[in-house]
Design a protein around this ligand. Structure first.
Ligand code: GLY
Length: 386
């Protein structure tokens, strides 16, 4: 594993960084009571929005992490107050015709259930797991990411989906029904076969033919089909090692190691990647700080399950990434509607990709959440919401 000489976040610095993040959550509580936070900030401030985006689980996730840090009943109450909206969303099927059930329901309702035993939260998360099952293609063995299931143009999965699968492992454990876990395992096998290139880099999206044979790798949010969308690489790193937590198959760990090696080989000096890793030191393209936070979570997950030496190296790397984030990517002040991490990139258009430009060089709701998760993991033996 490649090593770096960057400073490592100390325990005292991590405590201060997490307390600062909790202060931002506390400041934002009244602003998003009864609504959700937009996927990304606009000029540094999150507009309120309805519960109809794939990202709406992250703000409740921040509230639950703040509750875990402080034990403050205000956070418990605020977290539980978000549950009915998620329950309604899945019961009434409001914009759930996609695969992002884990992103939505793990940091919101699974967290609420694990931390408080709230039964509505459990029911909502199980319904979300059932909804995700409806996206599975038994020919080809994958969960379709977006769009109508019958449309050939939508016959694809994306690497991000690895973070949706822990919801299925959780549902199998909760219900004793293997069907959730079995389909998760089949999707992971397909993803490992096609999303990861031989050098450990990743395709954002991968199309299959209707008969289940591979068609082609593409990108939506990366620069080009054959480039290295940074966040996709981080989803691959974190997703593969999370899969290993639920099923310790050696190929999951091999994938984690290869994806990590590639990621480390293309980092700029401060360990916070540009939005696509085709860009390196000296580029004036924007960064994606959320990628560094996600990668740090993956490294800290690995630190718990790898042999001692390798685990310690992973933890050190996470501490170096977190040092950089805490020092240079956190806003100077807690402000109303402000985020935790500056310089995230949601979707940047390029001449070769198909995304709608949004949230470029802004805070992102998942960047904020994973930054808090990484700090929590760094300081405690955390029981994941994933
Ligand atoms: N899962 C979508 C994204 O990372 O932007």
């Amino acid at each position: 594993m490649q090593t770096f000489s960057n400073p490592v976040l100390s325990r005292t610095q991590a405590e201060a960084a997490l307390d600062r993040a909790v202060a931002q959550v506390r400041r934002n509580l009244p602003l998003y009571a009864g609504c959700c936070q937009n996927h990304s900030s606009v000029n540094g401030v999150y507009p309120p929005c309805g519960n109809d985006q794939w990202t709406n689980g992250f703000w409740p996730g921040e509230i639950w992490l703040a509750y875990e840090r402080t034990g403050d009943p205000d956070f418990r109450e605020a977290g539980l107050a978000t549950v009915p909206s998620f329950h309604r969303r899945i019961v009434e099927k409001i914009v759930v015709d996609h695969h992002d059930m884990g992103f939505l329901y793990s940091p919101s309702c699974v967290a609420a259930w694990k931390l408080t035993g709230d039964k509505t939260a459990r029911e909502a998360a199980l319904l979300a797991a059932d909804q995700l099952l409806t996206r599975f293609h038994p020919v080809g063995d994958f969960f379709q990411a977006w769009g109508a299931m019958a449309e050939p143009g939508n016959h694809r999965f994306i690497i991000d989906c690895l973070l949706n699968l822990p919801l299925l492992y959780w549902a199998s454990r909760e219900t004793g029904d293997r069907k959730y876990r079995d389909l998760a395992r089949r999707h992971i096998a397909t993803c490992l076969r096609y999303s990861f290139r031989p050098d450990g880099s990743t395709y954002h999206t991968f199309f299959l033919h209707p008969d289940g044979t591979p068609d082609r790798g593409e990108t939506c949010q990366g620069y080009r089909a054959d480039s290295f969308w940074a966040r996709g690489q981080a989803w691959g790193i974190y997703g593969s090692v999370l899969s290993y937590r639920y099923e310790p198959r050696p190929e999951y760990l091999d994938t984690f190691r290869k994806a990590l090696d590639f990621y480390l080989s293309r980092l700029p000096e401060d360990l916070v990647p540009y939005w696509d890793m085709i860009f390196q030191d000296g580029s004036d393209e924007p960064r994606d700080s959320s990628t560094a936070a996600i990668a740090a979570c993956g490294l800290l997950e690995a630190a718990a399950s790898l042999p001692a030496d390798e685990g310690a190296a992973c933890r050190r790397l996470a501490g170096q990434m977190l040092f950089s984030l805490a020092k240079d990517y956190v806003p100077s002040q807690v402000t109303p509607g402000g985020g935790q991490l500056l310089h995230g990139t949601y979707s940047k258009q390029s001449p070769y990709n198909t995304c709608v430009p949004e949230g470029v060089d802004e805070c992102t709701s998942w960047g904020d959440y994973f930054y808090m998760e990484a700090l929590t993991r760094y300081l405690t033996q955390w029981n994941p919401y994933w």
